[in-house]
Design a binder for this molecule. Sequence first.
Ligand code: SF4
Length: 341
Amino acid sequence: MEKHKNLSIFVPHEGCPNQCSFCDQKKISGTQNPPTPRQVTRLCEEFLPKDEKAGQSYEIAFFGGSFTAIDRRYMVRLLEAARPFVSRGRAMGIRISTRPDAIDSEILRLLKHYGVTSIELGAQSMQDDVLKANLRGHSVQDVYTASKLIKQRGFSLGLQMMTGLYRQKDYMEYAVDTAQKFIEIGPDTVRIYPTLTLKDTLLEKLYQKGIYTPPDIRQTVKICAVLVKMFNKRGIRIIKLGLHADTGLEKSLVAGPYHPAFKELVQSYMFMEKIKRALDGRPAGRYEIYVNPSRLSQAVGQKKSNVTALADLGWSVKFVPDARVQGEEFIICEKGEIRCI
Ligand code: SF4
C-alpha cells in the first residue's frame, strides 16, 4: 500500500479566542496571509497526483489553528475549493485540525457534506488543571465529547498531545496518564509534540521567572519512547513525533527539548534499550551486532551515543550493516564468533 501523504495548507488562526501559554500563532497570523480559495485550487491542481490510484494515498490537510473556529463562510469557501479534488479521486479526503470545543453536531454535518474525512483534535493534555494553567480554554470533558461525536459520525479521529507542559508535576506520569486516556478513547492516529518555550508567549515569561522548567531532551526522549510503546501496542498510528524542523521555529525558540531529528532520537533510544535487554547477562567484552542497513544510524545513535552508552556498561559494540537482517531485528555475535543468520 502507498504511504499516506498530506497536501498541507496552513490556515493561520486569526480569530482564535485563546492565547495558550505555549502558542505564538497570533504572531504568525499577523505575518502570514490566510490562503484564498483560489490558492487552495491552485495548490491542489499543482501538487495532487493526476492519477486516481495515486490520489488515494493523499489527503488535503488544513492545518494551523482551529479550522472549525475560523469565520464560517471563509471555512466553507476553502472546503468548496478542495472538495472537487476529492470527488475526482485526486485525493482520498480532507483532513482538518481543530480545538475540542469547536466541534458539535452541526459543524460535523457540514464537514461531512464537504468531504472531510479526518478530524484531529488538539487535546494536548487530559488533566483539567494543566489545561487551565496553560490557558487552553477547554476541558478534558470537551475532548471526550468531541471525540465521541467524531467517531459516531464516521470520521477518522486524530488526537494531539504535548509532553512537558507547564504545571505537570511529574512529566512522565502526566504524559502516560494522557496517553492512557487517549487509548481509552481509541483514536485512529495521534501526534506527540514536546512543548517548546517560544518568544513572546506566557511560557517564556514563566520560564524567565524560573516558574517553569522544561524537561531536557534526554527526559523527553525517554517519555516519548514510553508513549510510542503504549500507542504501538494498541495499534494506534503515530503520525507525528516531534515538531517539524523549521528556521522560523528555531529563531523563536527560547528553551525546551528541540531537536531537528527528534523522532530519530526516540527511535535510536528505543533501539538501544532493546539491545541492552538482549545483552543483559552477557559478559563485558567486544561484540558485533548485525542490523539492517536502513537501521544503522538508529543503532549507532546520534554522535555514536548508543555505542558510547553500551561501552559505559562494558559492552564494546561494533554495528555491522547486513541486508539479510529484517526490519528492527538484530543479531549479536561475540567478536570472532562464526556468524549465522
Ligand atoms: S487554540 Fe490553538 S491557535 Fe489558539 S492559541 Fe491555542 S494553540 Fe494557538
